[in-house]
Design a binder for this molecule. Structure first.
Ligand SMILES: NC(=O)c1ccc[n+]([C@@H]2O[C@H](COP(=O)([O-])OP(=O)(O)OC[C@H]3O[C@@H](n4cnc5c(N)ncnc54)[C@H](OP(=O)(O)O)[C@@H]3O)[C@@H](O)[C@H]2O)c1
Length: 251
């Protein structure tokens, strides 16, 4: 069943697969949950707000998706380890999608950024990604199977629209997420040991973060995430890269 008919979905059967999706309670993470759920995956949403999680789980269950939630602040390493460890499925997930993220304050040029604001954004966008990978990645490496997709941003690239000044904590957190992605992929043999690690740019999207006038729908933004999760893995699979619209883009 294609719950998002405007997108041509991959046809993989993901029943028996578990996807943990941070930021799954809203926006791009929720759209990815709907698309993966429509392919049969069990989805475990991770977010901070009980209320948003419960609304998202109800919406998914109504669509026939097998869904559950973990309420945790991804920036809190010990709580992430505890809550993921306690959940019956999350620690052994097949797919980890790190979509939880926050934007910097508007006037966040480097010289105007407070240490608190720097740490808030880095704590969620970068440390949160690391904390989730630390909680789930080792089991993937041991099983020699898994996919990790880090939702990055074009603003964090060294090329194109990235690093042009302003929104310093946000841009730099995403640059660091890109570095984490490439480095981890190399540590895991760039796909040769069964685990694929990639980053992707969703582009400007109509969510609470992107605002109502953004050109893309959350479903369009989630398409590359779903494609990365479901693509075939062979000896020449390209991984450890930054993707946009199913294509590799320079870091
Ligand atoms: N929208 C865009 O235009 C755009 C463009 C480029 C990149 N991105 C990236 O895409 C990702 C998703 O963005 P979005 O537009 O979907 O954002 P969004 O609609 O604002 O949703 C953010 C999600 O992150 C969760 N979250 C935030 N802080 C958290 C924390 N400390 N612990 C756990 N969960 C937390 C939120 O959970 P709660 O509901 O509990 O708060 C929510 O589910 C982000 O990483 C963002 O940087 C977005």
């Amino acid at each position: 069943m294609n719950l998002t008919p405007e997108i041509e979905l991959p046809t993989s059967d993901l029943s028996e697969k578990v996807a943990v999706i941070t930021g799954g309670s809203r926006g791009i993470g929720l759209a990815a949950a709907k698309q993966l759920g429509a392919l049969g995956a069990t989805v475990v949403l991770v977010g901070r707000s009980e209320e948003n999680l419960s609304a998202a789980v109800s919406a998914l269950l109504e669509l026939g998706v097998d869904a559950d939630a973990i309420c945790v602040d991804v920036s809190d390493a010990s709580q992430v380890a505890k809550k993921i460890g306690e959940h019956s499925l999350a620690a052994q997930a097949d797919f980890l999608i790190n979509s939880a993220g926050v934007m910097s304050e508007k006037m966040a040029k480097t010289l105007r950024t407070t240490p608190e604001e720097w740490q808030r954004v880095m704590g969620i966008n970068l440390d949160g990604t690391f904390n989730m990978i630390s909680a789930i990645g080792p089991q993937m490496a041991q099983r020699k199977s898994g996919r990790i997709i880090n939702v990055s941003a074009c603003l964090g690239r060294f090329t194109g629209p990235g690093l042009a000044g302003g929104l310093a904590p946000y841009r730099i957190s995403k640059t660091a997420v890109n570095a984490l992605t490439k480095n981890l992929a190399a540590e895991l043999g760039n796909g040769t040991r069964g685990v694929l690690v990639d980053a992707m740019c969703p582009n400007h999207t109509r969510t609470d973060m992107g605002g109502p006038d953004a050109p893309r729908s959350p479903e369009e933004a989630a398409d590359t995430i779903v494609w990365l999760v479901t693509r075939e893995h062979s000896a020449d699979t390209k991984t450890g890269l930054l993707w946009e619209d199913r294509q590799v883009v320079p870091w």
